[in-house]
Unconditional design. Sequence first.
Length: 504
Amino acid sequence: MTSSDRSQAVGAKKSYEIRTYGCQMNVHDSERLSGLLEEAGYVPAPKDGDGADVVVFNTCAVRENADNRLYGNLGQLAPKKAARPGMQIAVGGCLAQKDRDTIVKKAPWVDVVFGTHNIGKLPVLLERARVQEEAQVEIAESLEAFPSTLPTRRESAYAAWVSISVGCNNTCTFCIVPALRGKEKDRRPGDILAEIEALVGEGVSEITLLGQNVNAYGSDIGDREAFSKLLRACGSIEGLERVRFTSPHPRDFTDDVIAAMAETPNVMPQLHMPLQSGSDRVLKAMRRSYRQERFLGIIEKVRAAMPDAAISTDIIVGFPGETEEDFEQTLHTVRESRFAQAFTFQYSKRPGTPAADMDGQIPKAVVQERYERLVALQEEISWAENKKQVGRTLQVLVAEGEGRKDDATRRLSGRAPDNRLVHFTRPEEPVRPGDVVTVEVTYAAPHHLLAEGPAKAVRRTRAGDAWEKRNAAPAEKPQGVLLGLPTIGAPAPSPAPAAGCGCD
């Protein structure tokens, strides 16, 4: 989008609200949409106000009932729009890419429909719809601008997503994302590092490298070791304290990546490695290009290189044709892997995927019973693994909004280097999100740790300064994620799509 396009996008200060559904990529895209709208003159709608002038739905298409949920929400807005002259509604994201003209036919009060490849056009499309007084549907078939080149309004002052690739070259039978996001397209390493350096300059201390198949990075630029090189390059950025990435694929997880993780001090000892199933037969039906032995081999190598690493995963229960024997193989893999956390999901049909039409769809009652057994096993393992943390001294990056009971308990919350959630006693001295507090773990629960004694140290950071500066003149934040992934390390809802929209 040109500067002249942007200047025409809006005149008066209008308010906006973005409702985000789905995976981390959608969260990242919504930050870009916020940045675009604010550059065009819009302001965030106050949460206690009477509604926004523009409501944007950033949709997800991986759930069986995703369209019903969208149209239900659109229906609720129809009378509000009728009573509010000038109000506009826009629908973007994966469902918009998939359904295109269907959205306007079913909900003719929608003003703009845009896809995953042209989010940069939203302000212009809104203005065009306003001037022409008719819906604008514009779906690009290929990426027009890499998301990270667009303006942004990040939700956090101290932590940031950094997209290194978009799209996916895999053909998993349960996943529709490659059809909607396209083939993998990699960003140039220099552009990625320049963005990270700029973020660190603004006070960010933790970044998460983001891609639908993040460790396949390099396939588009012809360098099989590009991802490990990128991790090592992050290690040389002064002021960058924590580096994470999500989500990798076992097929592309090579020894050079493990070495880079172990040898780069600011790459955190945490790995989210989607399993999906422990059965070789089911993995083949899923078109997952690894088998149980390969997966367990990766876990073994990671633990040998990083003994304290916390490993999490995604697992789908009840994939078409899954037998009790297949499910037992998943339980076996979970026992052997000893995940710190598992995001467990009951299989639901993804419209447009091969698996949706497969024979052997599993009855709901069977899926539920298996799911409950898996959750019980993982809860037992998570608790046992967390108990090993009792007595350890941890550097906790103080987070905002992680502890819902913090005010009542006089605690603060944050993340350990391995991404475990830690609730700790509030120090006497002022502590801000982005600061680092040294604590000793005194108690472990399945999904969090407690440090009930006094803090051993408090380190005020540039990230905390950035948070304080941002909040000196409070601005309303965009509405958070409504569906999909919780932060890794938190218990997962069910049913829900697998991490990264199930494409990992």
